[in-house]
Design a protein around this ligand. Structure first.
Ligand code: TRP
Length: 450
């Protein structure tokens, strides 16, 4: 196409957008409880290791492919292909990525809608509007449908404004606010009774747990989901990075920011859970594990806020604002994937493409809301446990086996002269070729057969 392709205006803009994509609900309700239930610092350590031996190389594969091809996932993989067979594979993987990420957005919007409802609910609660608060904070299909739509509307609003004026502008506003809110909440929660017990389960390592094979699987799934890998999200953000940028450096910053914020979230969530325990709130499920996921956010923590009186009212609102910010900066990165494809392949106008795709995804999202019991867990499982790691595998296969090595080096040289002498170039090609595929396959086999 003749029009100039959009680009992030600065390194900071890219970092905020990419870490905004990576930091999401997964960091707040997945990582901390996963860590606490799997040996505390021992899990943290395994997770960090996995992020750096598997997540980072896979992230780099997407960023490099994206910047080199300056294209959406489908166009990009087809450009790397060497013949009709790999071209077809590129098409299939790209399209499967687009479908997967759109479905992830469908369930993500359902949950994010709850966060929006609770955010308003904590505000109306503070003003003593009991009836409205009750409605906003009670699980009901109608409420869920309304707020899923509200959340999707916000996502559409941001993405419609474009890469710089929408995604970058909102990410650079929202991500720093997220970090500030999280910092303040951590400081406050750590002063409460019981908080130190939470810190202990989070940070004291229990190495016996590392023998548990389930741990590696959950750490891997967590790493893939958290870094938004395998579906073309990071590829498309990579395609908006300037040629002057040093890719291995910015990629490692994204991985560090994501992991850093996940670790910080642990300092907030686990102490809060143990404060709740000290206040008589149930924090373990029937099986004796810490309550995680949506239940943690809409049952345990609200119960905690309730026991805290006025203080609870004051901290509930910033807490839900934090979750809504984390969700929104992730959802915009998901919607951008199909949007970029439709705009670049069919020459559609961006605003039109965003509206149509947004409406379509909202419609599927509503189908999930109205058939929650049957569909929700199923969609989550198919997309995040099967499709995402499998596609992640195929992305690294493209980078490691199909794409010509010299052209990768050429791409990396831009913004990083002398990269061929760097540690990155000594290790990374080998990693995407052998280590990443083998680990992903091994984890898969273990998941399916054991
Ligand atoms: N990484 C985000 C989180 O931790 C979610 C997310 C954003 C995502 N984009 C994605 C997950 C693409 C999978 C694929 O919540």
């Amino acid at each position: 196409m003749s029009t100039a392709r959009a680009e992030f205006s600065s390194r900071f803009g890219f970092l905020m957008a990419a870490s905004g994509s990576a930091v999401g609900l997964g960091n707040v309700w997945g990582f901390p409880t996963n860590a606490a239930s799997n040996g505390g610092a021992a899990f943290l350590f395994t997770y960090l290791l996995l992020v750096f031996i598997l997540g980072y190389p896979a992230l780099m594969a997407e960023l490099i492919i994206g910047r080199h091809t300056r294209s959406n996932a489908v166009g990009a993989l087809q450009q790397l292909a060497r013949g009709p067979a790999s071209r077809l594979l590129g098409f299939v993987v790209g399209v499967a990525g687009i479908i997967t990420v759109s479905l992830i957005l469908c369930f993500y919007a359902v949950v994010s809608g709850w966060m929006v409802a609770w955010m308003f609910g904590s505000l109306t609660g503070a003003f003593g509007l009991e009836g409205v608060t009750q409605w906003l904070t009670t699980d009901a299909t109608l409420r869920n449908a309304i707020f899923a739509v509200v959340f999707m509307a916000a996502t559409v609003y941001v993405v419609r404004a474009g890469v710089r004026e929408g995604i970058e502008k909102w990410s650079t506003r929202l991500m720093p606010s997220l970090i500030v809110i999280m910092g303040l909440l951590i400081v406050y929660v750590l002063t409460l009774d019981g908080a130190i017990d939470g810190l202990r389960v989070y940070l004291v390592p229990d190495f016996n747990r590392l023998a548990n094979p389930g741990l590696i699987i959950s750490a891997l799934g967590q790493a893939f989901f958290s870094l938004s890998l395998g579906v073309g999200t990071m590829l498309i953000y990579g395609s908006y990075i300037s040629r002057q940028e040093n890719l291995p450096v910015v990629g490692s910053m994204v991985a560090l920011l994501d992991t850093g914020i996940a670790c910080l979230a642990g300092l907030l969530v686990l102490p809060a859970m143990y404060v709740a325990l000290a206040n008589g709130v149930q924090i373990y499920d029937a099986g004796g594990a810490l309550i995680a996921g949506p239940q943690l956010i809409v049952v345990v923590l609200p119960a905690l806020f309730e026991t805290m009186g006025t203080a609870g009212v004051v901290i509930a609102f910033p807490f839900f604002v934090l979750l809504v910010i984390a969700s929104l900066t992730s959802s915009i990165s998901m919607l951008e994937v199909p949007v970029a494809y439709v705009v670049e392949t069919y020459g559609a106008k961006r605003s039109r493409a965003v509206l149509v795709l947004g409406a379509l995804i909202t419609a599927i999202c509503l189908v999930i809301v109205f058939n929650f019991g049957v569909l929700f867990d199923l969609v989550v499982m198919i997309t995040t446990e099967y499709s995402q790691p499998l596609l992640g595998l195929l992305f690294v296969v493209f980078a490691g086996w199909i794409w010509n090595r010299n052209s990768i080096l050429e791409e990396l040289r831009q913004g990083n002269e002398g990269v061929e002498h760097s540690l990155f170039w000594k290790i990374w090609p080998f990693y995407v070729r052998f280590v990443c595929p083998v680990i992903i396959v091994a984890v898969y086999v273990q998941m399916i057969f054991f």
